[in-house]
Design a binder for this molecule. Structure first.
Ligand SMILES: [Zn+2]
Length: 321
């Protein structure tokens, strides 16, 4: 496990992330990462994280596309970068190197862009169930997340973005791990599905329960990404987070609802269709808006334009798509 000290070079800028959100500015996050690698030749059976390091031009093109589209917060391609996710590929001993190197790669793309962009270290579920449902103890889960997050921080992450979580114990363990190994802003979002009386994760977590537990664990920003919901569901989720006391809310909807075409899950909402939900998302009080499955730089460009709406003169997202 690498417990490297946080990269200090961009510290002042990255502390600025929360200040900017708290000041009322709405920032734009990026779109899908790993799943877009298929367009560059990636095939299932390999770890997307390892593949993207072996094909850095593909990963660089995806990151650069989001930055050019107007994303202010760009995530490392490390959703499956924890030891339980990488070990089945024989990469258990490469956890630190893979996470660090993918953060360094993104940092280089950001530096070349000349834009002020926050480098977010992305953390996803381990795939293992926490006790009492599974065998993973909370302390072990925290150690797993610490290993990954410390490596992302060593590679220059300026904030930690925990996403696509379904189990509250696991999500809170990831937040605690981040709090234990760095003093960077922590964003934590969970994947919600519609139910009769609102929204819950696959493990039954309500937005209110998520907000309370994740804030208590030390998250600065909470919210929703992915799941069986779409951009039009986000205003209701944002209001639920706000009502539960969340000071800052992030949403990253998929490009519509997942549809099964043959053996493949596809997301077919257009950039225009997604962007149409942005006014209601802003009215509900979102602070950070990006995209998840099925979203590309074309979606992020439209979302950024809808957020900035011409008010921020010269904002990159304001250019026509
Ligand atoms: Zn997704």
């Amino acid at each position: 496990m690498t417990d490297a000290a946080p990269e200090r070079g961009n510290g002042a800028m990255h502390r600025g992330l929360l200040e900017r959100l708290q000041s009322g500015e709405v920032l734009v996050a990026d779109g899908a990462n790993g799943v877009r690698l298929a367009a560059y030749g990636y095939r299932p059976g390999e770890a997307p994280e390892r593949w993207s390091l072996d094909h850095p031009e593909a990963m660089r093109a995806i990151h650069a596309g989001y930055i050019a589209a107007g994303a202010d917060v760009v995530l490392t391609n490390t959703l499956g970068g924890s030891r339980p996710k990488l070990a089945p590929y024989g990469l258990g001993e490469e956890v630190a190197a893979i996470n660090r190197d993918l953060a360094l790669l993104l940092g280089d793309v950001i530096a070349r862009s000349g834009r002020e962009v926050f480098l977010a270290g992305d953390v996803g579920p381990t795939g293992a169930l926490l006790a009492p449902l599974g065998a993973l103890e909370e302390r072990e889960a925290i150690a797993i997340f610490r290993e990954q997050i410390a490596a992302l921080v060593a590679g220059g992450a300026g904030c930690v973005f925990i996403e696509t979580m379904m189990d509250l114990g696991e999500a809170a363990a990831a937040v605690r791990a981040a709090r234990e190994c760095c003093d960077l802003p922590v964003i934590a979002t969970m994947a919600f599905n519609p139910v009769r009386d609102g929204y819950r994760t696959m493990m039954g977590v309500t937005p209110a329960a998520a907000a309370e537990a994740l804030l208590a664990a030390g998250a600065d920003v909470v919210g929703a990404n992915c799941g069986q919901v779409q951009a039009a569901d986000m205003p209701a989720l944002i209001r639920a987070f706000r009502a539960a006391g969340a000071p800052l809310v992030a949403v990253e909807p998929n490009a519509g609802l997942p549809q099964l075409v043959g053996e493949e899950t596809v997301f077919s909402q257009t950039p225009e269709e997604m962007a149409a939900a942005v006014p209601d998302i802003l009215a509900a009080g979102a602070n950070l808006v990006g995209g998840c499955c099925g979203t590309t730089d074309a979606h992020i460009r439209r979302i950024a334009a809808a957020i900035r709406g011409g008010a921020a003169t010269g904002a990159p997202g304001a250019e026509p798509a």
